[in-house]
Design a protein around this ligand. Structure first.
Ligand SMILES: [Zn+2]
Length: 229
């Protein structure tokens, strides 16, 4: 019985967890990030969400970001990094955070590294979910959406009761443009071009963990939990 004592103590301590998630579209990154966010009580931080939030709150950096977005220009890294720096110092990040879609480039990754050093924080892991292109293409191009209620189906994995029609309102289902096979192939090319340097960067730092994203949701989750244990 004595052996169980330290294990229970450990289980009650909040585990600090600072994670970056990398994964192509359709790899199930969002699902896994949600599960981890719940397990460790840490927020999932995406650049798009925090930019919108900073703009909504009218912070100085938010207003700065808005100037670029209104012109249809990319928000400069200095502004993004500033907003992220404020975000990770908020109360709900005290146990850590999950970055989803950030960093996207090596300069962003370098800026993040320097910022974390200044804040005396460190990353625990960079999780890269790996799935073969052909599987991603089948997953994404099989999706059908109801244009009325936004319900999402999959022609193989979650088909509607009547082919091509929404279960709830019988509206003909559509295939979104960004889910058509050609578009998905292009998105994957762009993703790889953008992400490979980051994968190499974090591999060199010994932080990269490659997750087999072709398993079930539960199996993927337990592989990740094993990496983080
Ligand atoms: Zn519907």
């Amino acid at each position: 019985m004595g052996k169980r004592y330290p294990v229970q103590i450990h289980a009650r301590l909040p585990r600090l967890m600072r994670i970056i998630f990398l994964g192509p579209p359709g790899a199930g990154k969002g699902t896994q990030a949600k599960l981890l966010a719940k397990k460790y009580t840490i927020p999932q931080i995406s650049t798009g969400d925090i930019l919108r939030e900073a703009i909504r709150q009218g912070t100085l950096l938010g207003l700065e970001a808005k100037k670029f977005m209104d012109k249809g220009e990319l928000v400069p890294d200095t502004v993004i990094i500033g907003i992220i720096r404020q975000r990770i110092q908020e109360q709900d990040c005290k146990n850590g955070f999950i970055f989803d879609g950030f960093p996207r480039t090596i300069p962003q990754a370098e800026a993040l590294r320097k910022m974390l050093v200044l804040l005396n924080l460190s990353l625990d892991a960079v999780l890269s979910i790996v799935v073969k292109d052909e599987i991603l293409i089948k997953r994404i191009s099989g999706r059908r959406t109801c244009p009325v209620c936004n319900a999402v189906y999959h022609i193989l994995h979650n088909p509607p009761r009547m082919p091509g029609l929404c279960d709830r309102d019988h509206t003909p289902l559509i295939q979104r443009n960004d889910e058509k096979e050609e578009t998905v192939r292009n998105r994957l090319v762009v993703y790889k071009k953008q992400t490979q340097p980051l994968i190499d960067y974090y591999k060199k730092q010994g932080l990269l963990k490659e997750v087999d994203g072709e398993q079930t949701i539960e199996a993927i989750y337990s592989q990740i939990a094993g990496f983080l244990a």
